[in-house]
Design a protein around this ligand. Structure first.
Ligand code: URA
Length: 323
């Protein structure tokens, strides 16, 4: 733990509280950073949320409770815990995808103890794991998790605009022309949406939202957006008078739910992580640069969990954009 002593030298504080000048043995920079920054980068919480954790006395450094917001830590040497769970920085960050079923809140804890996505991912094995963005409780599909706070921030930042593809089963009969307002950019309560890419899809493509086929009086639609406002797809479709019955996210930034069953997770392949780090793949390029399915990627570090049936193998970007 780094502190500044009375004469202004930077010192390390050991678990016993003894301080030694930091400059004598190893260079401190860039191994030191403020504790709240460390926690945010490790994906524990936002910078502000991390400060709250510290002031609540939930963070320890080398066994000592660290409530002082100026506390600096040596990321290589100090042992940091939140609520007794060790927190590590990005080195060896974890990236995984969950096939979220309905009925789960996108949160790592719920005070009312309702089912939440934390129940479905290996949070004990990977401390600091958190979801990248959110899906509504009744929305199914691809939800990323990581311990990499920086990447998550990048993927969710409005300036980065990664593509997200949704399949929606909507009420009523909808034609391609009815989708025009979404393509132009529809006005919602919280402002104008960016133009969406959308089209009517058939029963085979819409398997995730209409497993028994598309019933009379309903229509299946694919909507691709780059923003991530609350209930955005549902609100967009309601605005054109076709409320969503079922919603499924099949693609996030070019990654698809291949090789992962509903309610299960797998680690991303190195290639998939690389795609996320380079800002994702836009829909048109996705067919030529498609991510290899993990089963054929021998270099990948995939782990599978659970077995509640298999994920639809059809309806990939290749099919959707190249026919
Ligand atoms: N848009 C929605 O309306 N809900 C989701 O869960 C995701 C996008």
């Amino acid at each position: 733990m780094m502190r500044t002593n009375e004469v202004g030298e930077t010192c390390t504080a050991s678990a016993t509280g003894a301080t030694t000048p930091a400059g004598d043995a190893q260079p401190v920079y860039p191994h030191t950073m403020r504790l709240q920054r460390f926690l945010a980068r490790a994906g524990v919480a936002s910078r502000r949320g991390s400060e709250d954790l510290m002031t609540a006395g939930r963070v320890t450094v080398n066994g000592l409770v660290a409530t002082e917001l100026g506390t600096k830590v040596d990321v290589d040497r100090d042992h940091i815990e939140v609520d007794g769970i060790p927190v590590k920085l990005n080195q060896g960050a974890v990236y995984l995808m969950l096939y979220k079923p309905t009925g789960y809140l996108t949160t790592m804890s719920d005070p009312q103890e309702r089912p939440c996505v934390a129940d479905l991912v290996p949070r004990d094995r990977f401390p600091g794991l958190f979801p990248v963005g959110r899906l509504d409780r009744d929305t199914t599909g691809l939800l990323l998790f990581t311990t990499d706070g920086d990447l998550s921030q990048d993927l969710l930042h409005p300036s980065k605009h990664v593509y997200k593809t949704y399949q929606a089963l909507v009420d009523g009969h909808l034609t391609d022309r009815d989708l025009e307002p979404l393509r132009r950019g529809i006005e919602l309560d919280d402002g104008l949406c960016q133009p969406a890419i959308c089209r009517i899809i058939n029963a085979r493509e819409a398997e995730a939202v209409a497993p028994q086929g598309i019933k009379h009086g309903t229509t299946a639609v694919e909507v691709i957006i780059r923003e991530g406002r609350k209930n955005q797809v549902k609100r967009m479709l309601s605005k054109i008078h076709h409320p969503v019955i079922r919603l499924h996210r099949c693609n996030f930034a070019g990654l698809e739910l291949e090789g992962v069953a509903k309610g299960s997770w797998r680690e991303l392949t190195d290639r998939e992580v690389q795609i996320l780090k380079s800002g994702g793949i836009p829909p048109k390029q996705a067919s030529s640069k498609r991510v290899a399915a993990p089963a054929t990627n021998t270099a990948s570090r995939t782990r599978h969990h659970g077995s509640h049936g298999s994920a639809p193998k059809r309806n990939t970007y290749r099919e959707r954009y190249t026919g």
